[in-house]
Design a protein around this ligand. Structure first.
Ligand SMILES: [Zn+2]
Length: 97
C-alpha cells in the first residue's frame, strides 16, 4: 500500500507538475519527423515520451516543443529535471541543449 502511494506521488506532468488526468506525450510530435529530417523511429520511442497531464498535452498538441517552451518558460526547469533520459536529438529539437 505504501509503495503504491509513493509510486503514485512520483507520477506527475513533466511540464506543470499536475497529477490529474495523466497521459503520454511525445515531446517532439511524431508527425514532425520529416520536418526535422530524421527517421520516424527516432521520435516513436520512449526517448521522446513523457508523462503529461491532459491539459498540457492538449495545449501543446502538434506545437514545436521549442515554441511550447518559449510560451511556457516556467515549465523548462521541471522538464529538464524529470526528463533527463530523453535522447539528445529530442533535446536539441526542443532547444534544451
Ligand atoms: Zn501539465
Amino acid at each position: 500500500m505504501v509503495k503504491r502511494s509513493n509510486h503514485k506521488l512520483k507520477r506527475a506532468c513533466v511540464y506543470c507538475g499536475s497529477t490529474e488526468n495523466l497521459t503520454i506525450d511525445h515531446v517532439v510530435p511524431i508527425s514532425c519527423w520529416k520536418q526535422y529530417r530524421i527517421k520516424r523511429r527516432v521520435l516513436d520511442n520512449k526517448s521522446n515520451r513523457v508523462i503529461a497531464c491532459q491539459k498540457c498535452n492538449q495545449e501543446k498538441g502538434k506545437m514545436d516543443p521549442k515554441v511550447w517552451f518559449e510560451k511556457n518558460p516556467h515549465y523548462r526547469e521541471r522538464f529538464l529535471r524529470e526528463a533527463k533520459y530523453l535522447s539528445d536529438t529530442v533535446k536539441k529539437i526542443a532547444g534544451l541543449i
